[in-house]
Design a protein around this ligand. Sequence first.
Ligand SMILES: [Zn+2]
Length: 280
Amino acid sequence: MTTQSISSTTVMVSLSVIFGIALVIGLLVGSFLNVVVYRIPRGLSVSKPRSFCPTCQRQLAWWENLPLVSWVVLRGRCRTCREAISIRYPLVEAGTAGAFVLIAWARHGSLMTIPYCLLVATIITILLIDAGELRSPLLVAALGTAIADLVLVIIAAAGSHWSVLVGAQAGTLAGIVGFSALRRMDPGCDCREGFGRSALIPAGCWLGGLGLVAAGIGAGVFLAVFLLCVAFNRKSGKIAPRSDENPAISSSTGLLHRVIGLPMVVSVALGTAVGLAVFA
Ligand SMILES: [Zn+2]
């Protein structure tokens, strides 16, 4: 074996170890996000009590709480009350793990994987809360982006990646401005952080760090989908009022309500694709 092939094998092995770690951490974070998404909008603590069945209130044993595995072993039902456990739980766990591995791959297993995993976890949390009946508090976007951005600044500064550092700050600022503008356009709605709008803040931090092309495509996609939503919903006069405030508003706005969160997902997905093309 030549020295070069030995070193490339070492890189391959250490990269697969990093992907494995990203997968396990992603599953655990996904499991935690399921708890956060249920408890935060209901004003419950995310740490206490331990996980319980929302129907029969029984606290779960450790083995009933393993990401993916427990849902399969329990065949999607609570052990005591036999109430169905939503397929959303294993899907969120698998989706978060998949996103973490993809980011680790795009970042070649570098430390930069960490802030982007924090950002994607924040975006997943906001979109899942906003897809339900209750709204995500702005605190989720603010805290998630602040922690991710702090980690990003430290790692980028240590590696002298100044364009990433500056771009992420500019993107975060653009996300905050965009979020505030959307809130002003829809003052009749009391759920000010609703419809995935606050996900613009972590998405801005993400896309800004990837550079102008990614940020431009992300912003363009968001604007196009947003304007389409406004055009479809012109008659109601509002972008997406909450259905429980106005029973006359039918499921068509309920659907729109979900669609509004979509631009952020599409923007981030496109931004990641561009990022992969640039950095891979
Ligand atoms: Zn139960």
